[in-house]
Ligand binder design. Structure first.
Ligand code: NAP
Length: 299
């Protein structure tokens, strides 16, 4: 149980509702910031504005999966108000206050470094990233169906990256009957792609491997789908870029060439917020128990 724990949930999408549900069940006291338009009321949770939040009482801050935007704003789908996380706010929290987000960025990292608070990146955990790849793949399939006039079965799909998301994407499109090639840079990834019965290639050869691609799915959070690569794609190729913002595609050049390229962030929150939220809620409740124990030991 998290009785008497004071937690601020700042911003987010429908996934956070599962987190709120779980943490109120565990008896935590929640301050919900950026949830003005949420009709549902949760016992033990109160809606607050960020300027009214008493940061000195917080044991934990839960940010959306993306953390903040590049300029420090916290996105929310439940409010039109702009919410900005400032260093001076985090500075006011007790030393043991732990900050949770899915991923980080230079703005958030700078606050963490300066305030020396503990920061847990949920998506750097393999278990969370692998569970989360399930709704991500389902969202990718949805996008492929919506934005092409061909079946996935029999289509030529090129997947870039064989990390937690890339592996799930490659395997699922293969199981749906697509002819899947996977671009990676590590010899062990090339070996794994071969073992999976798919066609591997080294990313250095990317531009030479895409001339028959119907759907290009990128999971690498670096610019890999360059103008040189896009120039070799058939113009009716669909690029689905799953990598975190700004993605790994030269979107300007894709538009210039008439190749449809879609940056598709936060698919789990769009296609399966309940499942994706439950994944986060489960791990958060375990991690918050640890913060709770630490607080008890320190007091
Ligand atoms: P991951 O396990 O770290 O995999 C990343 C992959 O990118 C690995 O294969 C890695 O290969 C490769 N890579 C990284 N930097 C590279 C570079 N400079 N050049 C070539 N290859 C490089 O990450 P993940 O969990 O699969 O997530 C992948 C991306 O999807 C992340 O940006 C994540 O935030 C995003 N994501 C998006 C959604 C969505 O809904 N759109 C959902 C979940 C995750 P090496 O091992 O060789 O480094």
């Amino acid at each position: 149980m998290l009785t008497d724990m004071q937690i601020a949930i700042i911003g987010g999408d429908a996934r956070q509702l599962e987190v709120v549900r779980k943490l109120t069940e565990l008896d935590a006291k929640l301050s919900l910031v950026g949830f003005e338009q949420l009709d549902h009321a949760f016992t033990g949770a109160s809606k607050e504005k960020i300027e009214d939040l008493d940061f000195s009482q917080l044991d934990a801050i839960i940010l959306p999966v993306a953390g903040t935007t590049a300029d420090g704003h916290v996105d929310t789908i439940f409010s039109n108000e702009k919410i900005k996380l400032l260093e001076e706010m985090v500075e006011k929290t007790p030393q043991h206050c732990t900050i949770f987000s899915g991923i980080t960025n230079p703005y958030l990292q700078n606050i963490i470094d300066n305030t020396k608070r503990r920061h847990v990146l949920l998506f750097s955990r393999d278990d969370v990233a692998i569970y989360n790849s399930i709704p991500t793949v389902e969202g990718t399939i949805m996008m492929a169906i919506q934005h092409t006039d061909i079946t996935i079965h029999g289509s030529n799909v090129t997947v870039l990256g064989l990390g937690r998301v890339g592996m799930s994407v490659a395997r699922t499109f293969h199981l749906l009957g697509a002819k899947v090639k996977v671009g990676a840079r590590k010899p062990e990834h090339i070996a794994r792609v071969t073992e999976m019965g798919l066609t591997p290639f080294h990313l250095d050869d990317l531009a030479n491997m895409v001339s028959d691609t119907d759907i290009l799915i990128n999971t690498i959070p670096h610019l890999v789908v360059t103008a040189k690569v896009i120039a070799k794609l058939p113009v009716n190729t669909l690029i689905i870029d799953l990598a975190s913002k700004p993605g790994g595609t030269d979107f300007r050049y894709a538009e210039k060439r008439g190749v449809k390229a879609l940056l598709a962030p936060s698919l789990p929150g769009i296609v399966a917020p309940k499942t994706a939220g439950a994944i986060l809620a489960n791990v958060l409740s375990q991690l918050l128990e640890e913060v709770y124990e630490n607080r008890k030991e320190q007091s």
